[in-house]
Ligand binder design. Structure first.
Ligand SMILES: [Zn+2]
Length: 76
């Protein structure tokens, strides 16, 4: 009598995908992931903001938000 073959399939291991920095494709860090450093994170954020600013808005702009930063000073 032969023992039945072990049909237990090994559980599929979740492949750990290391987040890569979309800017320099370096492995990201936990702190700034998916970016590798604050610099890359800032760059990407800057790009993103620019893009959002460039988005043309055909709709009537809401004049509700007419108060930028309340605290003045701290300008770069
Ligand atoms: Zn990077």
């Amino acid at each position: 009598m032969t023992p039945p073959p072990d049909k237990t399939t090994p559980p599929i291991r979740a492949v750990r995908i290391e987040p890569k920095c979309p800017l320099c494709t370096k492995p990201g860090t936990a702190q700034y992931r998916p970016f590798c450093s604050k610099r890359c994170a800032d760059i990407d954020l800057g790009r993103w903001l620019k893009e959002s600013y460039r988005v043309p808005t055909d709709e009537a702009p809401e004049d509700a938000e007419s108060s930028p930063n309340g605290a003045s000073g701290q300008d770069r």
